[in-house]
Design a protein around this ligand. Structure first.
Ligand code: SF4
Ligand code: SF4
Ligand code: SF4
Length: 441
């Protein structure tokens, strides 16, 4: 084994960091470049993964840090997956992002990180607006099809802790109802936090590992304070992956930080298998479905934590639909949607759309009517950005929990359960100072 490269041009912390990766091991084979969707991107001529690694090996850190390359990297891990020497290119790109002065982080990402650290969510949504929305939307769902439903906030001894995505709290409000219907049908003892409720971790996207650690610690502290059994990992690929990374750091610091968590796939599988929810496949008859293996729930999760979710989502979809086709390639070889690493909100829309060219082709060639996804960034990219840049995108995109919610057979609670829940809801909103509009009740 060769020694790690020791180029005198490296600044010490950079040398120390890159020394961990032993760039001397790079064979310059170019497998990473071949697998990376940035290769050939208009405006990025002359840049590719292999070249970036060579530049770093020769001490050209400043040039890499000042370039767009690390920011266009979605962290999809296709390069590492193919690398014969197992070099952690995703980790290196994240570190290059961390070396950018914060005022030069592209777009709104750093502002979002400051927001989440200061206010508990990326968009700085005030707590009173959050409470009002939860109370109002919950009441709406109770009237529509789930009598007795309300959104529990800070419930002690809950079995499940759930984190809202600020996109849904800010604008896509109706999208929250899919999980809510599932919890209702499963009679889940669940809760959301009153503060620090953000599901998405932009610290991961900006190379801010300290922010990622702080956000994870807050989740851990909340779990302990309210003696909650387990938390569902946030849906956003980056959110759950960042949370997992952050929690790992927290546990290394203090083993008492270990808490129970469950991935949404395991949770859905558990409540379907145990019969807590019932599904009616006939609702989806006549449509062909496919599944997008999100990198952060599959390939990258597998590489970093030993297990990727490939079989579970396929099993869940199989409970909901009759006709399923695979995209090619799939599972660990799947192509990223192009929105990862913060590329959904970043100001590089054309580059992100170019990145998505493989995903567009995969979807079209699958012939599917519906692409099922498990990550909010993947969904935005396939539902909003790909159709903006590519022709004939006549497919729909659905979250896997949306598919489950739309396939659910909802059995309304009995009168006693409804009355109990209504009393709990009234007491909760009073405790939180939320005035429920009497006319709306
Ligand atoms: S795939 Fe690995 S060994 Fe080959 S060029 Fe890329 S980093 Fe080097
Ligand atoms: S993680 Fe994905 S986008 Fe980033 S360099 Fe590797 S293959 Fe390219
Ligand atoms: S947005 Fe989705 S497909 Fe893209 S990197 Fe994230 S998880 Fe992977």
């Amino acid at each position: 084994m060769q020694e790690a490269i020791t180029n005198p041009k490296f600044k010490d912390p950079v040398k120390e960091y890159l020394g961990k990766f032993n760039l001397n091991l790079c064979l310059t084979c170019g497998t990473c470049t071949n697998g990376c969707p940035i290769t050939g991107m208009p405006g990025m001529e002359g840049w590719d993964t292999r070249k970036v690694l060579r530049m770093l090996a020769y001490g050209m850190t400043d040039e890499v840090v000042q370039s767009k390359f690390p920011w266009l990297c979605t962290g999809c891990g296709r390069c590492v997956h193919g690398c014969p020497m197992g070099i952690d290119i995703v980790g290196i790109m994240g570190h290059m992002k961390s070396l950018r002065p914060r005022e030069d982080v592209p777009g709104i990402l750093h502002k979002g990180v400051l927001n989440v650290l200061n206010t508990g969510n990326n968009m700085a949504i005030p707590q009173e607006d959050y409470f009002f929305l939860m109370s109002d939307m919950g009441r709406e769902l109770a009237e529509e099809e789930c009598p007795g439903f309300y959104v529990p906030v800070d419930r002690e001894n809950a079995d499940v802790l759930f984190f809202p995505n600020s996109k849904e709290v800010f604008s896509d409000n109706e999208d929250m109802k899919w999980w809510w219907k599932i919890f209702y049908a499963a009679r889940e003892n669940w809760t959301i936090p009153s503060e620090n409720w953000e599901a998405v971790d932009w610290g991961l996207f900006t190379g801010n590992s300290e922010a990622t650690r702080i956000l994870a610690q807050r989740k851990i502290d909340f779990m302990k304070r309210h003696t909650i059994n387990r938390m569902i990992m946030p849906d956003c690929g980056g959110g759950s992956y960042g949370c997992r990374k952050g929690m790992k750091e927290c546990v290394l610091e203090d083993p008492n930080n270990k808490i129970n968590h469950i991935y949404l796939y395991d949770y859905l599988k558990e409540i379907i298998e145990s019969g807590r929810i019932k599904l009616d496949k006939s609702r989806n008859a006549g449509q062909v479905f496919t599944w997008h293996d999100s990198c952060k729930h599959g390939r990258e999760l597998e590489r970093n934590f030993g297990k990727g979710y490939y079989d579970e989502p396929r099993w869940i979809i199989d409970q909901c639909v009759d006709r399923f086709v695979e995209m090619v390639p799939t599972r660990a070889n799947n192509f990223c949607c192009g929105a990862g690493g913060g590329n959904w909100p970043m100001p590089y829309e054309e580059e992100s759309a170019y990145h998505a060219r493989f995903k567009y082709k995969q979807i079209k060639e699958s012939g599917a009517h519906v692409v099922v996804v498990g990550c909010s960034n993947c969904r935005d990219q396939m539902m909003r950005r790909i159709p903006k840049f590519y022709p004939d995108c006549d497919y729909e995109v659905k979250y896997i929990w949306q598919l489950v919610a739309e396939t659910l057979v909802i059995e309304p609670w009995d009168d006693e359960e409804i009355e109990k829940a209504q009393k709990e809801a009234a007491a909760q909103w009073e405790r939180l100072g939320v005035v429920v509009d009497e006319d709306m009740e």
